[in-house]
Design a protein around this ligand. Structure first.
Ligand SMILES: C[S@@+](CC[C@H](N)C(=O)[O-])C[C@H]1O[C@@H](n2cnc3c(N)ncnc32)[C@H](O)[C@@H]1O
Length: 197
């Protein structure tokens, strides 16, 4: 089923609360940061960042998700610059104080290399990249994410992709996730926070 079809329902597939990861690491952002949320889905993460006072831009290619994201922002009384776009058609020339990618493992190794270059380019020198996703053993847990271990992150992959960056956090751990029906149960997670030189 396409992402848009999955989002065509009233309930929020991943809930309306931000990812635990983001709540944990949002304090590293400078105040009133300009933040880009990549593949933001139904807006739970962008809306949370806006509620903290950040200037947030977000994009996702699923119109049904962006529509729900707009509703969530209105309900919370915050502004997010939402866009309907995929990584293929996003204008990557603008730079941000921070780029946030949460569960964006819809690409395999070849496209991921290109996506990581795009993410890196969108971070200002001295800015932050916040990346959160699944580790390869998540495929055995089957509690969310793509069914292909090659799409997942591990320590070596992230260190190589962001060589020269200052890595503030790189954690691989198991935790119980309860983020809507899309992500529920014991999960193999990776937290990454790095600063661009
Ligand atoms: C697992 S969901 C995560 C959504 C959101 N980041 C969150 O944590 O709630 C993955 C998202 O990737 C989006 N997506 C799929 N293909 C994409 C593409 N080519 N470019 C950008 N986003 C894409 C989907 O529409 C979906 O919203």
């Amino acid at each position: 089923m396409s992402w848009n079809k999955r989002y065509e329902r009233e309930e929020y597939l991943f809930g309306t609360a931000p990812a635990d990861y983001l709540v944990r690491y949002a304090p590293v952002l400078p105040s009133r940061a300009r933040v880009l949320c990549v593949a933001d889905g139904e807006g739970r993460n962008s809306v949370y960042l806006a509620s903290l006072g950040h200037e947030v831009t977000a994009f996702d290619p699923a119109p049904a998700a962006v529509e729900k994201a707009r509703k969530l922002a209105a309900r919370k009384g915050v502004h997010v610059a939402f866009n309907i776009a995929g990584i293929e058609d996003w204008d990557w020339t603008a730079q941000f104080d921070a780029v946030v990618g949460i569960f964006i493992q819809f690409v395999g190794p070849k496209w991921r290399a290109r996506l990581f270059t795009q993410l890196a380019g969108a971070v200002k020198p001295g800015g932050l990249l916040l990346l959160h996703g699944y580790a390869p053993r998540q495929v055995e847990y089957g509690t969310g994410g793509p069914g292909d271990a090659r799409n997942m992150y591990d320590d070596a992959l992230l260190r190589a992709a962001f060589e020269g960056w200052q890595i503030d956090t790189l954690r691989d751990y198991d935790a119980m996730v309860d983020e809507g029906e899309g992500h529920y149960g014991k999960s193999a997670l990776v937290d990454f926070v790095a600063r661009k030189p």
